[in-house]
Design a protein around this ligand. Structure first.
Ligand code: SAM
Ligand code: SF4
Length: 338
């Protein structure tokens, strides 16, 4: 009797782009909506996507699983504000279930307005660390920058996350004239609360009414007051991400610097971005994308489209803050997922 051997398990091809960069990090934007309106990110009056155009929680889970099967080891949930998306708990639980089965890490970036309610759920889902965006510790300045935010809610959210066992890294966008006085207080806050701190240069993404270049400040200038007081030195913490890390004299805080404008970091980029519409953007700073939604809904060749996107991943972004009136790309950071 002939013995029929089972079909050999075909390993899905790993994600490698046209210039050999291995893609292992997926940023999944779970909504373009937000409960804040940060001035550098959004216009006051935003039009959000109609529900018919956004992926369901189940569709996002299916796509995320496909990316993990192809070698993605880290997924970050972002947005818009991920914690305003209904069903975020189900998605976190589903993706958390992939940890140890291909996925190493599930993380989140949030403005923390709803974090106090969600932190225990995130920890239960298997999350170990999150990023919280916090540009100032001054309540009035916080309200001004976010237009509608309440600083106390954010601080409670951070405390709840720490109490739930989550490591917290604060993301602070450097804004000339708005938070230059806040670096040293923020470092003290981070030291007191067991957080790390990453500073980000403002990037020209999407129309935001005011001229963003008015608030652009290169990070070497933003950190000058710190350097005047304490030494800082580089530490080896290769994450494949855009930040360079530094230790600070007499401080437990690791300082990250993200300098897309003053110092390009694209050559080691290991990431891919999936929007809530089901589009893959291969670069935050370019418009090229591939649409997976129709293929996903009609049973089309999703993997073939992912391969096409990879082949077209650009070498570098195209940010130039001096192009005053026109942002590098028209879509907002909240649409692509920061
Ligand atoms: N709503 C969440 C939050 O604020 O953390 C997640 C999405 S937000 C788009 C992700 C990160 O992008 C935040 O740290 C935010 O400060 C940053 N961001 C938004 N617009 C930016 C811009 N134009 N330039 C630099 N960073 C920006
Ligand atoms: Fe919302 Fe985050 Fe953009 Fe602020 S930075 S408006 S919190 S998406």
């Amino acid at each position: 009797m002939a013995v029929i051997s089972p079909p050999s398990a075909v390993q899905p091809a790993p994600l490698v782009d046209g210039i050999g960069r291995r893609i292992s990090y997926l940023r999944l934007s779970v909504t373009d909506r937000c409960d804040l309106r940060c001035r550098y990110c959004m216009a006051e009056d935003m039009t959000f996507l109609p529900r018919s155009q956004v992926l369901s929680i189940e569709e996002m889970g299916d796509l995320a699983e496909r990316f993990v099967a192809r070698g993605v080891r880290h997924i970050r949930l972002t947005g818009g504000e991920p914690l305003v998306r209904r069903g975020i708990d189900m998605l976190a639980e589903r993706l958390g279930g992939l940890i140890g089965r291909g996925l190493d890490e599930l993380t989140l970036t949030t403005n923390a307005m709803r974090l106090a309610d969600h932190a225990p759920m995130l920890a239960r889902a298997g999350m170990r660390r999150i990023n919280v965006s916090l540009d100032t510790l001054d309540p009035q300045a916080f309200r001004h920058i976010t237009r509608v935010g309440d600083l106390d809610l954010g601080l409670h959210g951070i405390a709840a996350a720490r109490a739930a066992g989550l490591a917290v890294k604060i993301n602070m966008v450097a804004l000339a004239g708005l938070n230059e006085d806040q670096l040293l207080p923020m470092l003290d806050f981070c030291a007191a609360n067991g957080c790390d701190l990453t500073l980000i240069e403002t990037m020209p993404l999407g129309e935001v009414e005011a001229d963003r270049s008015d608030h652009y400040v290169p990070l070497h200038q933003f950190i000058a007051p710190l350097r005047a007081e304490r030494s800082i030195w580089p530490v080896d913490k290769a994450t494949g991400g855009p930040a360079r890390y530094f230790a600070i004299e007499d401080s437990p805080v690791t300082l990250g610097l993200i300098t897309p404008l003053s110092d390009n970091f694209c050559s080691t980029c290991n990431r891919i971005r999936l929007t809530v519409e089901g589009r893959i953007y291969m670069c935050l700073g370019q418009d090229d994308h591939v649409d997976l939604r129709a293929a996903l809904r009609d049973g089309g060749d999703v993997d073939g489209l992912i391969d096409a996107a990879l082949a077209g991943k650009p070498r570098a972004h195209d940010f130039h803050i001096e192009r005053k009136s026109t942002p590098a790309v028209a879509r907002h950071m909240s649409a692509t997922g920061g």
